[in-house]
Design a protein around this ligand. Structure first.
Ligand code: AMP
Length: 459
């Protein structure tokens, strides 16, 4: 029985598909990126967590359809395109491609469908029309706005009231004649140099919140199982989605379970593009590796914050080295073959504890601790069983077995190594040693072997 923490009820609940009659089918929607810049490791934190969750659910025989939107139009995109003098569509195409490449490098391959906002303008206009008709929306000089005071459940996710909505910190649509401070745009009239589509109200473009409900209604209908995103989206974004869709359909809840990831922070401040405290996924991978980032994120609970530091990276690398050493040991012909005899622990005990942790709101840190416990019991466990178990859990963790990439050796190091070999042949040990020191300074080690030196990067 899987329990998940639901932001809507603020409780852990047993996972039961909305449409129980249709078996273990789950429809999941996670808010995707706004593609105006490179994705950073804060984004990776959220998308890695959902990748692991989806893969775990699939391992438990759930048939998950994972839908993610791509915001390819909003104020930030328009401003960035203007600043960089690029056509907005070229800008978003470039960063969407980069985002998908980052996801691939991180082995995030559980998304069933990526849906670009601007491909659903017809659906967005359709939803706006319905909200106007039902008088949940009104038209003013600069667009069509949602009237939050008309929706009586407003604030049920974030526990804010209509009046508190004005404390929103992100992406508020300002307009002087709005009826409530927290009212948000469904359709904005475009300025002459802005992208625009024709609508019954005039040339314009969608507001931010409506793209998600238009996309989810198209693929899932008025209700679905799970909605996810990072915790900053609870308010106003997810609150707005609930207000829109439940007002349109009259059905509630829009999503049965609401899952929110904790932030990746730096010195306890959210990593974000606007604060400038970010490291792009690409830079992190080049400096360390995709595997290190996967592990660094997934060994933490998806709801907990992760405070990023060089030390945390170092620690993750050391733990991965221990995992590698353990896997090597398990594959070795002399490792133990004991089969759960009296006095010897059976792998099943560990599996049970691992399962219990994962079923309890995907408590990965507790589950990962079981792996480290297995390492300590290595001499009394059956190596083949342990290896099988690790293979099984790596279907959703994807950080245990990772193909070894051969380090690219710079030409400068190859030249130095050859020079050093020549000195060694001449038995000029002093010169050979000087070169060895020079190589060490450059971060490379020459391990001498019969067939020649082995060049290794110093970690
Ligand atoms: P954005 O591109 O800003 O729309 O963000 C896309 C997704 O990444 C949203 O779910 C964000 O909440 C999430 N996100 C952005 N920054 C972080 C962070 N520092 N930690 C965790 N999730 C983040």
């Amino acid at each position: 029985m899987i329990k998940i923490y639901n932001t809507l009820s603020r409780k852990k609940e047993t996972l039961k598909p909305l449409d129980n009659a249709r078996g273990k089918k789950l429809k999941l929607f996670v808010c995707g990126p706004t593609v105006y810049d490179s994705a950073h490791i804060g984004h990776a934190r959220t998308y890695l967590a959902f990748d692991m969750i989806v893969k775990y659910l699939k391992e438990k025989d759930y048939d998950v359809f994972y839908l993610q939107n791509i915001t390819d139009l909003d104020d930030k995109i328009i401003n960035r395109a203007r600043e960089s003098k690029i056509f907005w569509k070229d800008l978003t195409k470039k960063f969407e491609k980069a985002y998908l490449q980052d996801m691939k490098a991180l082995k995030i391959n559980s998304v069933s469908k990526y849906a670009r906002a601007t491909d659903y303008i017809k659906e967005i206009i359709g939803q706006t029309k319905k909200l106007l008709k039902k008088e949940f929306a009104y038209q003013i000089e600069d667009g069509v706005y949602y009237n939050i005071s008309k929706f009586k459940d407003y604030g049920k996710l974030s526990h804010r009231t209509v009046l508190q909505a004005e404390d929103a910190v992100s992406r508020i649509d300002e307009a002087k004649d709005k009826r409530n401070k927290g009212d948000f745009a469904l359709w904005k009239f475009s300025k002459s140099d802005e992208p625009s589509w024709s609508s019954p109200w005039g040339q314009g473009r969608p507001g931010w919140h409506i793209e998600d409900t238009a996309i989810t209604e198209k693929f899932f209908g008025a209700q679905y199982d799970i909605h996810g995103g990072a915790r900053d989206l609870i308010f106003p974004h997810h609150e707005a989605e609930i207000s829109q869709m439940e007002a349109i359909s009259g059905k509630k809840p829009l999503a049965k379970y609401w899952l929110h990831t904790g932030f990746l922070t730096v010195n306890n401040q959210k990593m974000s593009k606007s604060l400038g405290n970010f490291i792009t996924i690409n830079d992190f991978i080049n400096k360390h590796s995709a595997r290190v980032l996967r592990f660094l994120v997934l060994k933490n609970h998806y709801r907990s914050p992760i405070d990023y530091s060089e030390n945390a990276v170092l620690q993750a690398k050391r733990e991965l080295e221990r995992i590698d050493e353990f896997v090597g040991y398990l594959g070795c012909p002399t490792s133990p073959k004991i089969k759960g005899d009296v006095g010897h622990p059976d792998i099943k005990q560990f599996q049970k504890r691992f399962e219990a942790a994962m079923e309890d709101d995907f408590n990965a840190p507790k589950a990962v601790a079981v792996i480290f416990e297995l390492m300590r019991q290595r001499d009394v466990l059956n190596a083949k069983d342990v290896l099988e178990f690790l293979k099984q859990i790596d279907k959703f963790f994807n950080f245990i077995f990772w193909p070894k990439v051969k380090e690219k050796i710079p030409q400068e190091i190859i030249n130095l190594a050859e020079k050093r070999e020549n000195y060694r042949k001449e038995k000029n040990w002093q010169k050979a040693d000087e070169i060895r020191k020079e190589m060490t300074k450059l971060g490379w080690l020459a391990e001498d072997a019969k067939e020649g030196p082995n060049l290794k990067k110093i970690k």
